[in-house]
Write a protein that binds this ligand. Structure first.
Ligand code: APR
Length: 185
C-alpha cells in the first residue's frame, strides 16, 4: 500500500530489503557493527565483504544513532546502519531510542541527498521490541518527515513477514488526515 503526502510518499510492503532499488537501505545493526543474523546477516551476505570492511573502520555506533557505509554489491548507494534498543521492559528509554533510529536515518539521508530510503522493522526481531508499539513509533517519525520539504521523498517500509506487515498497516491509520487516500497495490 502507498500513501501520498505533500512532499513525498510512504509505501508499506512485504519483501526482502536486499532487493530494494533505493538510494539508501537501512540495516538493523548492533552497536559493534559486528554483523549478526536477521536483516543484518541478509544485508551483509548480499552486499559482500566490503560492507564488513567499512563497518570495522567505523568502529561502532551508539544505540539510537545511524552511520553510513557504501553498499557493496547491492543496488543502493548506501547502507545506513542504525542500532535499535534491546527491549528491557520499556522503562529504559527504548521508545525514544527507537524513534531516534528513524530520525537519525532520515537526517543522514537529507545530508547525503538520498531521495529514497528503505527501512526494515528496526528492533522487533532479535531485540524483541513489541511490534505494535514499534510500528507506531516508526510511522509517527516517518509521516512527520513526509510533511516537511526535505529528502528523502520516497520512504519504503520493507517488512519481512505477514504479521509485521499487518502491524504496520494497522498502525498507519492514526497518522493519516481524514480522507487521506491509501492506494492499495
Ligand atoms: N528484509 C527485510 N526484513 C528482514 C529481513 C530482510 N531480508 N530479514 C529479517 N528481517 C526482519 C525481521 O523479520 C524483523 O521483522 O527484520 C526485522 C528486524 O529483526 P532483526 O534483524 O532481528 O533486527 P533487530 O531486532 O533490530 O535486532 C538487531 O540482530 O542480527 C542481529 O546484528 C543484529 O545484533 C543485531 C540484532
Amino acid at each position: 500500500m502507498k500513501v501520498n503526502f505533500e512532499h513525498g510518499c510512504l509505501e508499506l510492503l512485504r519483501g526482502d530489503i536486499c532487493q530494494e532499488k533505493v538510494d539508501a537501505i537501512v540495516n538493523a545493526a548492533n552497536a559493534a557493527l559486528a554483523g549478526g543474523g536477521g536483516v543484518d546477516g541478509a544485508i551483509h551476505a548480499a552486499a559482500g565483504p566490503t560492507l564488513m570492511e567499512e563497518c570495522r573502520l567505523l568502529g561502532g555506533c551508539p544505540t539510537g544513532e545511524t552511520v553510513a557505509t557504501g553498499a557493496g554489491r547491492l543496488a543502493a548507494k548506501w547502507v545506513f546502519h542504525t542500532v535499535g534498543p534491546i527491549w528491557q521492559g520499556g522503562d529504559s528509554g527504548e521508545s525514544k531510542l527507537l524513534a531516534s533510529c528513524y530520525q537519525t536515518a532520515l537526517a543522514l539521508a537529507g545530508q547525503l541527498g538520498a531521495e529514497s530510503i528503505a527501512f526494515p522493522s528496526v528492533a522487533t526481531g532479535v531485540y524483541r521490541f513489541p511490534l505494535a508499539a514499534a510500528a507506531a513509533i516508526a510511522l509517527g517519525v516517518i509521516t512527520r518527515h513526509l510533511k516537511t520539504n526535505s529528502p528523502p521523498f520516497r520512504i519504503r517500509m520493507v517488512l519481512f513477514d505477514p504479521t509485521t506487515l499487518a502491524a504496520y498497516q494497522n498502525a498507519l491509520g492514526q497518522f493519516l488526515d481524514p480522507g487521506q487516500a491509501i492506494v492499495i497495490n
